[in-house]
Design a protein around this ligand. Structure first.
Ligand code: NAD
Length: 264
């Protein structure tokens, strides 16, 4: 899986087709969508018409909350695959754990079956906490390959990252650029950006890559799509990494997975 990919949250079906095409032209090979984004069709059109061989692409989609459960997860996967127009996906994720509902374990059993059937290459989770991850590790032999969680310099998730490391689970960061909530205006990022002749977004992405995160920044603006992948030809120093490490505020922008229970 490429360490840097492209996300399409809050992008319409038609916009997703254009944005994914632009991303592929700029060298991205990993695309992150979800059934709840309602853009699997546009994403699939861009993937299929790109001319990029299927084996070079890495396609992730996610099971929405209302589809949790064994049979419903299998049905929801069929529908996602049909919308994408693909024969398999590379990575399928449980979008949220919904701990109060208590259906993620039977959902995970369905994921194990999809993997055994070869229609999903890898299975993982998103927004799982230490507690819900531990439950899966206790009850299943299949370790999630990764956990996709909110993570950026303002919310660094040290505890969960250490837990992942201990159990061989990769960390994937959503909102890697802080989702437009002011992170990119932070003076500390600006200082490092100036020192390298780079943009704050590129510095934030470099920080992620150097702590080992997989990242999936989103943009529909062609110049930013190009900018966000141009981060493999420079490196932050230990001091710069330490300065960015101090930006952690310990508060998230998105919902808390321990209580988030939306199924609509
Ligand atoms: P992000 O941190 O990638 O921020 C995206 C926003 O940052 C853009 O809308 C744009 O306003 C701005 N931006 C992008 N590139 C920029 C640049 N170079 N310069 C200045 N501003 C720039 O936030 P995101 O889209 O929420 O997260 C990335 C991806 O993660 C999503 O598209 C989606 O695929 C995934 N995601 C997953 C979950 C989940 O629950 N699993 C939740 C949210 C997002």
């Amino acid at each position: 899986m490429p360490q840097l990919g492209f996300g399409v949250f809050q992008v319409s079906d038609d916009e997703a087709e254009t944005a994914v095409r632009t991303a592929l032209e700029n060298g991205y090979r990993s695309i992150d969508t979800a059934s709840v984004y309602r853009n699997e069709r546009g994403t699939g059109r861009a993937l299929r018409s790109s001319g990029v061989p299927r084996e070079e692409l890495f396609v992730t989609t996610k099971l929405w909350n209302s589809d949790q459960g064994y049979d419903s997860a299998l049905r929801a996967f069929d529908a996602s695959l049909e919308r994408l127009g693909l024969e398999y996906v590379d990575l399928y994720l449980i979008h949220w754990p919904l701990p109060k509902r208590g259906t993620y374990l039977e959902t995970w059993r369905a994921f194990e079956k999809l993997k055994a059937d070869g229609r999903v290459r890898s299975i993982g989770v998103s927004n799982f906490t230490v507690e819900t991850l531990q439950h899966i590790l206790d009850e299943s032999d299949a370790v999630p390959v990764l956990n996709q969680i909110e993570l950026h310099p303002y919310f660094q998730q040290a505890g969960l990252r250490a837990f992942h490391e201990e159990h061989g689970i990769r960390t994937e960061a959503w909102a890697p650029l802080g989702q437009g909530h002011g992170l990119l205006d932070d003076p500390a990022l600006a200082r490092v950006a100036e020192a390298h002749g780079r943009t704050p977004a590129q510095i934030a992405l470099r920080w992620h890559l150097q702590i080992g995160n997989i990242v999936i920044p989103k943009s529909v603006t062609p110049s930013r799509i190009a900018e966000n992948i141009a981060v493999f030809d420079f490196e932050l120093t230990g001091e710069e990494m330490a300065a960015l490490g101090e930006l952690d505020r310990g508060t998230r922008f998105g919902p808390d997975p321990a209580t988030f229970d939306v199924t609509g």
